[in-house]
Design a protein around this ligand. Structure first.
Ligand SMILES: CCCCCCCCCCCCCCCCCC(=O)SCCNC(=O)CCNC(=O)[C@H](O)C(C)(C)COP(=O)(O)OP(=O)(O)OC[C@H]1O[C@@H](n2cnc3c(N)ncnc32)[C@H](O)[C@@H]1OP(=O)(O)O
Ligand SMILES: Cc1cc2nc3c(=O)[nH]c(=O)nc-3n(C[C@H](O)[C@H](O)[C@H](O)COP(=O)(O)OP(=O)(O)OC[C@H]3O[C@@H](n4cnc5c(N)ncnc54)[C@H](O)[C@@H]3O)c2cc1C
Length: 673
């Protein structure tokens, strides 16, 4: 098709946007990547993988059958591993140990296997379970085979009847000392494992969470390595019933599966025994903490924060670039149509989401650091910080997934009708991102875990105990330090979050206590306060994110111009969330109605100040066009031509008159003749 003046205009629009950039884009790219070397490494790896024709799709996945879609993604996933295992240069670039997992979880990996990687669970949960839950001998037995792809595993925990309530799992693993085996059994339909990714058709092994019985006693859910399929024929083993659970909202090539056992026997040594053991005679050796068996989930919750961050980055890049090339309506009657990014309401949709990307980035880095510190100290036998890590990982998983999923949907809406097209890639990014609200701990449940820690800490503080870092603000302070802020500096706004959340926790703790004092049992009182409790948890984690965002920008090694734009984004994040939740700040007295008026005015100023840098900010995310995979978001802004090219590829357009016309429509239309 010949280039139209409209196409030229789009490309010129993006060029003009880029020319007005006020900061150093490369500094932001390297900040987000974690350093200059990491940026170089990432780009090099992207080049190697994206130039490989094996990763090209012959057609859009939407046009394929369910089975062909699965086969196509499995083909690419296997090629990714083969390429990684065969190429020493790539291994060196990505890093041998965690390399393939990092690769699969990266923007590149997620983009190459578009609708869900059938091998994801193998790398994200199966292998981390062996590392985190297995003894050194067990790691030696399984890890080599798992790394090479000789065995493929998944993580089978959720059942038809129970996902959230782990203590309610029904699959049993009963120890038989006469043969030194565990007998795995699914006693009811609700005990069927349901949902594990890769379980349907891909995996031949799984880490199965089952209730451990020995000497007639149940010791709760424990992880077992279980072979599910024959290593030669890939057929399911006797005593194992396996399959795929059917189409889902998204992630359809993850072959999420079902699994039930009929008295299936496995050796005693297949219980992952790093934390608890069953001896040959059936003696149970307790772990230092029962919850250590939940360790893999903690790791994955942290990993999910990084994934949701990347998904939001992609969506907001698409929406921002599109908003800079799309012209619609009149701002001033008779004048040329403006870019839709000129509308303040459009800026309000998009710019806070760019800020959110940075907020999640800094908070996730901090939680990842905590994860590494705490797992290090657990290794040395110190479990003190486990509740702190559990709370932060639950909380940031919930905040990042809900912010990202809502943000992606806002991006889709901000692109008008075209955002609804599959070729915009926004629908797929949405269906992938929203799944993270549910998996790895449903968000409401995660918020209530955070609230449990807040209330416990609040009570402990009143008994004079010292609190851990993230909740130390709940320690009662002398009245003078509660004084209202006299200015609205960044530090003062972060402090306003502290006052608001302290107030909310104090209020709900008093309400809980009041209900208990009036004779309600604690658990019922908890349920009766749980909307408010979840709210406390959300404000607590928002406060944590604001703190990390601000200190991350302050500490960033960047030029003053770049720090300037980052500070504006941080400020926007603070102001946006305060205005959106002003009730919490007014009720606690953290801020006044007149502060709100000032902040609302400032919000408008911030949107206008950030607007010229919007395109450059998303450019600095440095996302390759193939990874964006969007007709609306491509670098050159040549949107309309790309949309047209994509539409022409529809199988329905291969014939002017489809066969279905002759079969159904024509008989109807000609019936009256
Ligand atoms: C690095 C690169 C990698 C890249 C990766 C990129 C990622 C890409 C992602 C795309 C791929 C897709 C993957 C999809 C994966 C989904 C997998 C799943 O969903 S799998 C399925 C996921 N399923 C779920 O997530 C299920 C969610 N449910 C649960 O986790 C639990 O049942 C529960 C936590 C809700 C309650 O447990 P319950 O036993 O009833 O406990 P109580 O309430 O009675 O509390 C008792 C005490 O224990 C405490 N505590 C609790 N947990 C922990 C912990 N972990 N620790 C420490 N403490 C913990 C608690 O605080 C309390 O303390 P206190 O107050 O007494 O002091
Ligand atoms: C795409 C996807 C991939 C998945 N992959 C895997 C996997 O690989 N392996 C695996 O084992 N599982 C997997 N899962 C399952 C997932 O972990 C569970 O769906 C999740 O933990 C939620 O459990 P549930 O489905 O039982 O929901 P439920 O717990 O039944 O939740 C239903 C509703 O009840 C509410 N609720 C439940 N308990 C409470 C409570 N205590 N207090 C207040 N409200 C409550 C929830 O907030 C929610 O609104 C996957 C799920 C999805 C969607």
């Amino acid at each position: 098709m010949a280039k139209t003046s409209e196409n030229h205009q789009c490309m010129d629009d993006l060029k003009a946007e880029r020319e007005r950039c006020s900061f150093n884009k490369h500094e932001i790219t390297t900040l987000l990547d974690g350093g200059e070397d990491k940026t170089k490494q990432r780009r090099k790896i992207e080049k190697v993988f994206l130039s490989d024709p094996e990763f090209l799709d012959a057609t859009r996945p939407e046009y394929l059958s369910h089975e062909d879609r699965y086969a196509n993604e499995l083909r690419k996933a296997c090629h990714m591993i083969r390429k990684f295992n065969e190429d020493e240069e790539i291994q060196q670039l990505v890093g041998q140990m965690d390399g393939i997992r990092t690769l699969m979880g990266s923007g590149l990996g997620v983009a190459l296997t578009k609708d869900g990687n059938p091998l994801a669970l193998h790398f994200i949960m199966f292998m981390p379970s062996i590392m985190g839950q297995g003894t050194v001998e067990q790691q030696g037995e399984w890890m080599g085979r798992a790394w090479s792809g000789e065995i493929i595993g998944t993580y089978a925990q959720t059942e038809l009847g129970h996902g959230t309530f782990l203590r309610g799992l029904e699959t049993t693993a009963t120890y038989d000392p006469s043969t030194e085996e565990f007998v795995l059994h699914s006693p009811t339909i609700t005990s069927t494992k349901w949902w594990p990714g890769g379980l349907g058709k891909t995996a031949n092994y799984a880490v199965v969470m089952a209730q451990l019985y020995t000497r007639g006693r149940c010791h709760g859910p424990h992880p077992f390595i279980v072979q599910l399929r024959d290593e030669e024929t890939h057929q399911s083993l006797p005593g194992v019933t396996l399959g795929e659970i059917g189409p889902r909202l998204g992630m359809n090539t993850n072959d999420n599966g079902f699994l039930c056992f009929s008295h299936h026997r496995i050796p005693r040594t297949h219980l992952l025994m790093k934390h608890s053991q069953v001896l040959q005679d059936g003696t149970y050796v307790r772990p230092a903490n029962d919850k250590l068996a939940y360790g893999t989930m903690v790791f994955v919750r942290v990993a999910i924060c990084f994934d949701t961050y990347r998904q939001l980055q992609r969506a907001v890049t698409i929406a921002t670039r599109y908003s800079a090339i799309r012209r619609q309506s009149e701002l001033v009657p008779g004048q040329p149509e403006p870019q839709i990014l000129e509308y303040q309401t459009q800026q309000y949709k998009i710019l806070p989401l760019i800020a959110t990307v940075f907020g999640i980035h800094f908070a996730a880095q901090s939680v990842w650091q905590t994860y590494n510190d705490v797992t290090g100290s657990i290794h040395d036998g110190n479990l003190d910080l486990l509740p702190e890590l559990h709370t932060l990982s639950c909380g940031l998983k919930a905040l990042s997934s809900s912010d990202a999923a809502n943000g992606v949907e806002t991006c889709r809406l901000s692109c008008g009708g075209h955002g609804y097209l599959a070729s915009s890639n926004l629908p797929r990014i949405y269906t992938t991102t929203t799944a993270a609200i549910t998996y790895e701990g449903e968000n409401t449940v995660m918020w209530l875990q955070v609230a449990r820690y807040l209330i416990k800490s609040f009570r402990e503080a009143r008994q004079g105990h010292r609190l851990h870092h993230s909740v130390s603000y709940l320690t009662p302070r002398p009245a003078s330090t509660h004084a209202l802020q006299t200015n609205l500096s960044n530090a003062a706004l972060v402090e306003a979050f502290r006052v608001a959340v302290s107030h909310l926790v104090g209020e709900v703790a008093a309400r809980l206590q009041g209900q208990c004092d009036s004779g309600m049992v604690f658990e019922h009182a908890w349920n009766a306060c749980s909307v408010q409790l979840a709210r406390c948890a959300q404000v607590h984690i928002r406060y944590f994110t604001c703190e990390e965002f601000l200190s991350g920008v302050e500490k960033a090694e960047v030029s003053e111009a770049t720090r300037g734009v980052l500070m504006r984004l941080c400020r926007l994040y603070l102001v946006f969330h305060i205005i959106g939740n002003q009730g919490d700040f007014l009720r606690s007295g953290a801020l006044t109605p007149s502060d709100m008026t000032t902040l609302e005015e400032e919000l408008a100023t911030l949107l206008a100040a950030l607007r010229p840098d919007a395109v450059s900010l998303v450019d600095s995310f440095d996302i390759h066009d193939r990874i964006l995979d969007s007709t609306l978001g491509c670098w050159d802004g040549n949107v309309y031509e790309r949309m047209f090219e994509e539409a022409k590829k529809s199988p329905l357009n291969q014939k002017d008159v489809p066969d279905a016309y002759y079969k159904y429509l024509r008989p109807l239309m000609k019936a009256s003749l």
